[in-house]
Design a protein around this ligand. Structure first.
Ligand SMILES: [Cu+2]
Length: 338
């Protein structure tokens, strides 16, 4: 049986109205929840707020307007909406990354639209009416709904996990023989490039960030042939770096003592930026380089220039601070294997 409780009568104060005034306690069942009590003023029910003032409404509309303007401006920036505003890719793997990225956003927006839609529907459909008194019926332990909102997110995470693992496995697959093998060596604060197949090397120095135009031309440049499968074999001389060419939309840590590898198939000529993506010390920001993807003849010409400049042979990883861990050397192909 419903049980009434005596509530002290209080005067209405500010935005609050008190239970005693509306005599609505007959509509309640059971003891009052803790949240409805005020320690100093006894059991008080929060029944209604005054409607938002004009000023508050103006602020809400200003915030909504600002958000829409920000979204519009962002959308007008560089990049292609069909690729989720990612930079254009210069490798086959880049398409895989942007497809996964766009698909995730579509799924996220669909879930967001559903949740917002249901939220707004509930806010309107079940809003407090002028003549409502007391609290609406309080529901709990709806087993079918609880199962639904446990199982559905698990399925969604499972789907995202499946596609992520599928694409990651493909991007990290190095089982196919590569056309070109480059041992990229990270060092504080630049990069060395060992062109294993051609038995030549290039050694970079850290960028001089003068703030003036022309810095890009002074950076170490990794030259690669177009439409070929390139294998990057990553080693470090000192601390953990991360080899990142944004146009390939792929990066991988460069770990001292270990050999990490990944392959890309270049499919676009051009000059792209490269950088270290792992905070590796005071001059981490100067670990900039260029990647030039060129026709085969131009690539061979560049190798010839390195040879002519006396940069023959490879820079040994024994130059590294700690060398490679036992058993890691086998992952760096020798010139004959490459
Ligand atoms: Cu670094």
């Amino acid at each position: 049986m419903p049980r009434s409780r005596a509530i002290p009568l209080r005067q209405q104060r500010g935005n609050w109205a008190y239970a005693g005034q509306t005599n609505d306690l007959e509509h309640r069942q059971g003891p009052l929840p803790r949240a409805d009590r005020s320690p100093s003023e006894g059991a008080i029910l929060r029944l209604r707020h005054d409607p938002p003032t004009r000023r508050t409404r103006r602020r809400i509309w200003a915030a909504v307007g600002g958000g829409v303007a920000l979204l519009t401006l962002t959308a007008c920036g560089a990049g292609d909406p069909a690729r989720g505003w990612l930079p254009y890719g210069a490798s086959e793997g880049a398409d895989r990354v942007s497809n996964l990225w766009v698909a995730m956003w579509i799924a996220a927006w669909a879930v967001g639209a559903l949740v917002w839609g249901l939220t707004i529907y509930c806010m309107i459909r079940f809003r407090r009416k002028k003549d409502d008194v007391g609290l609406p019926p309080q529901l709990r332990y709806n087993v079918p709904i609880e199962i639904l909102y446990t199982v559905v997110p698990v399925i969604m995470v499972g789907v995202i996990f499946y596609f992520t693992v599928r694409d990651q496995s493909a991007l990290m697959d190095t089982s196919q023989p590569a056309d070109v093998h480059v041992n990229v060596v990270g060092k504080q604060w630049s990069w060395d490039f060992n062109y294993i197949d051609a038995d030549v090397h290039d050694s970079g120095v850290q960028a001089e960030l003068t703030g003036k135009a022309g810095v890009a031309e002074t950076l170490p440049t990794l030259v690669l042939p177009v439409n070929q499968r390139i294998e990057f074999i990553l080693t470090s001389r000192d601390v953990i770096h991360s080899f990142w060419v944004p146009a390939f939309q792929q990066k991988l840590d460069v770990v001292p003592g270990n050999v990490n590898k990944f392959q890309v198939v270049t499919n676009q000529e051009g000059t792209f930026t490269g950088k270290c993506a792992e905070l590796c010390g005071a001059y981490h920001a100067t670990m900039l380089f260029n990647v030039k993807v060129v026709p085969e003849a131009e690539y061979q010409a560049h190798l010839g220039q390195l040879r002519a400049a006396g940069k023959t042979g490879l820079l040994d990883n024994s130059l590294s601070r700690e060398g490679l861990k036992p058993g890691e050397q086998q992952y760096i192909p020798s010139r004959k294997e490459a």
